[in-house]
Ligand binder design. Sequence first.
Ligand SMILES: C[S@@+](CC[C@H](N)C(=O)[O-])C[C@H]1O[C@@H](n2cnc3c(N)ncnc32)[C@H](O)[C@@H]1O
Length: 374
Amino acid sequence: MSGRTQAALYAEIDHELSWSERDLPQHQRTKHVHRLHPYLGKFVPQLAERLLTRSLAAGGVVYDPFAGSGTTLVEANALGIHAIGADVSAFNCLLMRVKVAEHDLAVLRRDVDRALAAPAADPPESEWLARWYAPAALGDLAGFCGAIKGSAEAETLMVVASRAARSARLAAHHDLDMPRSPVRAPYACHKHRRTCRPVERADHFLRRYANDTVQRLAEFAAVRTPATVAVLHADARAAELPERIDGIVTSPPYPGLIDYHEQHRYAYELLDLDDRRELELGAAAAGTARRAIDAYCEGIAEALARARGRLGAGATAAIVVNDRRELYDGIARRAGYAIARRDVRHVNRRTGRRAGEYFEQILWLRPRRGARAA
Ligand SMILES: C[S@@+](CC[C@H](N)C(=O)[O-])C[C@H]1O[C@@H](n2cnc3c(N)ncnc32)[C@H](O)[C@@H]1O
């Protein structure tokens, strides 16, 4: 996009894929299960919904190789489209499974109440937990987690515990996305514009998020369809895919921006989840040196190539990305696709350090005929 004038950029924008804060207020962007747990780097459900309706029909099968918090899967299900999502992060897969599962809400309410009534307990041994939590907060979280085993709604309780653990860290309120070091004394809070105190307990977060979770799952149950959803905890380069896929809708990681495992470190530590961070493509920790960028391009191309052989005639892959390094022409070619069309959308960012003009592209890829099947 470099070198283009602002006017030229605006003329290219697909207004159906761009929303202002007024068109699409936060409560709609975070409707039902889309806010079971915060997630840095998710796309708005309304974008997923439009990309799905532009490229697939009810009864079709969509694949999201970088499914993240499951936005594509949830919206596909609501439209009656079967969905398969892969993600290398165990926490993301847990969150996705809970979002799309059919829940027995009476059992959930009973087990949530049991977990909330559990006494504080000893936390798992972890230097990281000891550094990031006040002892009483850790005790609250460990007590709640003790009630997970044996519950038919164990995974939902795990998501509640994770969300409370995120809020109960010794992190400044204005720095919950990527806190650098624990705060152990009252601090000037940029979010609330006053002096705030470090968190001492987690019990109130557990209660609030437990109730919110039950309500959000009930709201999604009202729009949930019988379309199937499969969540694959896998590296997209090696995921086992079905014979036929009718379309891809995805937003891949981008080099140097986010560490997707590290963003939910509290859940890995508290729940002892399987950590596969070394397989993350484009992780911020890998940096943006030439070698890291080359490995990223090769990895994304491999993941897309793997799905290409399964795409039916006329199927497209919609890739949402802010390709400021202009990597995706090469990635598409390498993966055996041609870029059939590019849409540009204006992304509305409202607050703090992420404010400012921001554009994303939607690349519509078509498998190249004659390219070798992966
Ligand atoms: C931009 S996020 C996707 C967000 C998603 N669209 C949503 O709305 O939640 C990219 C995702 O790619 C995942 N990822 C990174 N490397 C991967 C790999 N090798 N295989 C599968 N998933 C991977 C990350 O864990 C992350 O969740």
